[in-house]
Design a binder for this molecule. Sequence first.
Ligand code: AMP
Length: 122
Amino acid sequence: MIDIKNYDNNNIFAKILRKEIPSKKIFENEYIYAFEDISPQAPIHVLVIPKIPFCSFNDFSKKAEPKFIYEFMKSINLIVEKLELKEGYRLITNVGKYGGQEVPHLHFHLLSGKQIGGMVST
Ligand code: AMP
């Protein structure tokens, strides 16, 4: 089970941020890094991560500076505009065991390119 209380500097997204392992960059600014999911669940499946270490959305919403939260959320929209997702998209973040979180660095899944299926799978 992943630990989302204590940040693990060796999680895979921390390594991607440090460029220790490769990723296919979609967008980057001083707050955010976005890259293709290695196992896409839709024609467009981008992972959006903050450049500051937060274990999950919980951690982020409790600890991040208001300016950082604001800039991070605004930056997601810059990706939407860059990818021209005019027909819409789904934005998901999984938290902890029940949420199905596998990587303990906050990430949003940005899914589009077709009509995304049911809200949850059992
Ligand atoms: P979650 O289950 O919400 O924690 O999602 C983790 C996501 O990270 C999954 O969709 C994986 O396919 C994706 N993933 C894992 N390793 C990599 C990687 N090296 N590069 C890109 N995506 C990855």
